[in-house]
Design a binder for this molecule. Structure first.
Ligand code: VAH
Length: 327
């Protein structure tokens, strides 16, 4: 991986992934594309090349790739679960139309492709605790439907045309970068409230358990997967990966413990609660661990250290929050 193009580069994952890629490859090697300009000037790694590109516009995508000549495309542009339920036709058009454009580009140029999938591929009929790498996947959201179809499309392009397509089923992602309209946005919003000394009104119920991951683990996992030996990849699209399981109540308690006090209350949004309830309470990521050496570095304590740096000295992971290796 030497020259990279990122779609969705101004989104929650894109902003942090572009920075991580530029730290490794150099600013000029990473082209950041999105419908809106990426952040400039307020962070190292924000100074590289960027372009306004709609990934559903094949000609625009090809023109940007012809100028930058990427050997790898990280295709992040997508409509997430909650926004997708408000406009399912647009979610289908963007998520599937953008993906097939990227896969066709990769077929013609030989570029490798990373596509984030999600725990949203699982549905009410999937095992919930844990959800294994392979099982029934009948998601009940348009986002989940496009993620299952996307995984199948990536595997088809690999099998039929030799495209080096790889993906990860991400859990909820926690970052300084703002979230993008998903069901796990609460886990980002709660830290914003805590950092500003405010309480938080959560749109999911207190005991809604989902897999979560700090963004630094997520960007590292994507880069490690793309550099992994392809001979070891039994699943390609896409690997379960997780760092921890959280509920709003558990995270609020941890914040109160760390900050001395933290108030949370609940105004459950039935749409996002139903989405969360259709997803697993825990996923099994043992295949990623054995095939390409996946290992999370941020447990709950390290997450608090990273998201609340001003609250005092970092603490090592504690036994009760060190991720339990999946069976
Ligand atoms: C969403 N953040 O909430 C995304 C993610 C597992 C959740 O796919 O839609």
């Amino acid at each position: 991986m030497n020259r990279v193009m990122v779609t969705g580069a101004s989104g929650q994952v894109g902003v942090e992934l572009v920075r991580a890629l530029r730290r490794t490859l150099g600013d000029a090697s990473v082209l950041a594309t999105d419908l809106r300009s990426p952040p400039k000037g307020n962070h190292p790694g924000d100074e590289g090349p960027s372009a306004i590109v709609d990934c559903t516009d094949r000609a625009a995508l090809d023109a940007a790739a012809a100028r930058h000549r990427p050997d790898t495309v990280f295709h992040l542009a997508a409509i997430l679960s909650a926004v997708g339920e408000a406009d399912p036709e647009r979610a289908y058009r963007v998520n599937m139309g953008g993906l097939v454009n990227v896969l066709e580009l990769a077929r013609e140029t030989g570029a490798g492709v990373f596509v984030p999938s999600s725990i949203a591929v699982f549905g009410p009929g999937s095992p919930r605790d844990p959800a294994p790498q392979e099982c029934t996947q009948r998601p009940t959201t348009m986002y989940g439907v496009t993620k299952v179809a996307g995984e199948l499309l990536c595997d088809y392009y690999h099998r039929r045309f030799g495209v080096d397509a790889r993906g990860l089923r991400y859990p909820g992602l926690i970052s300084d970068a703002p979230p993008g309209g998903g069901t796990t946005d609460w886990a980002v919003e709660i830290f914003e409230a805590a950092s500003e000394g405010r309480g938080y009104t959560c749109f999911l119920g207190p005991d809604t358990q989902l897999d979560m991951m700090y963004m630094e683990d997520a960007t590292r996992a994507a880069m490690e997967l793309m550099e992994a030996d392809p001979a070891h990849l039994r699943h390609r699209n896409a690997y379960n990966v997780t760092s921890m399981q959280l509920t709003p109540a558990r995270l609020a308690d941890a914040l109160a413990d760390r900050l001395g006090a933290f108030e949370i209350d609940y105004e459950v949004d039935p749409v996002r609660q139903a989405i969360a309830d259709s997803w697993p309470r825990r996923i099994d990521d043992s295949a990623a661990r054995s095939d390409w050496g996946w290992k999370p570095r941020f447990d709950l304590h390290a997450l608090l250290d990273a998201m609340l740096p001003s609250d005092g000295p970092a603490r090592g992971p504690s036994p009760e929050t060190t991720p339990t290796p999946s069976r």
